[in-house]
Write a protein that binds this ligand. Sequence first.
Ligand SMILES: [Zn+2]
Ligand SMILES: [Zn+2]
Length: 271
Amino acid sequence: MKDKLLPVTSIMNGSIQEVTDTLFSYTNQVVNVCFYISAEQEWVLIDAGMPHSADAIRKAAKKQIGSDHPPQAIILTHGHFDHVGAVEELAQCWNVPVYAHEKELPYLTGERNYPEPDTSVEGGWVAKMSKMFPNEGIDISKQIKQLPEDGSIPVMQGWKWLHTPGHTPGHISLYNDTNQVLIAGDAFVTVKQDSLFKVTMQTQEVHGPPRYLTTDWNAARQSVEKLRDLQPDIAITGHGIPMGGDDLKAGLNQLVTRFDQIAIPDYGEYV
Ligand SMILES: [Zn+2]
Ligand SMILES: [Zn+2]
């Protein structure tokens, strides 16, 4: 499974968007990774893309930073295959620590696998296709570190991590209170991840976490409420185009008030 190049992509593949003057979102096939670049040119990679994307991520980072010096750290929102695809290779070649939430560590140290994707879940063709998605945990025990308990994030001044479980047990989001910028991972996304057409075209709308891999819908609901209460001004999510302003606020409000209809599938293994 791990050696397969997955045949999913989007019109945003390869593009880099400047979200703030220190934060850039780079789309790798259908998933976003972020580059945080400080004024001193120290940088952090947030999430690590699809399988086989190490070269593409290195190239994109070099383009944005202007040199190929390694980051200070890699931060993972969670350990799903589409967020850790290149992490083994990158952490090794850069020789940098990888940070994740304590509850995500078993999936990153070879101890546990994620549950199988729920191909029976309401969610059309992408849910059906999800049987091709690897659910095996990876083993990066040598590089992995637990995030600082005080909520801070290495190098990322002014940023805090928040535990936003549901999609996975140790899922985190990253938030900067000063400019109200949110990196939400898969706690919610800005594209209907069930729809291959919408994924390909990256149609912008606020949705709950990708269904075929979400196992705890109660926790997922609470996490979305927590993020809505922050009233973020801009959000970069794991999938979809970064969103901001009133569209984001209205979308999040609607997702919270209609979570049962919008996010929770009508049928599926984990409902
Ligand atoms: Zn995920
Ligand atoms: Zn994802």
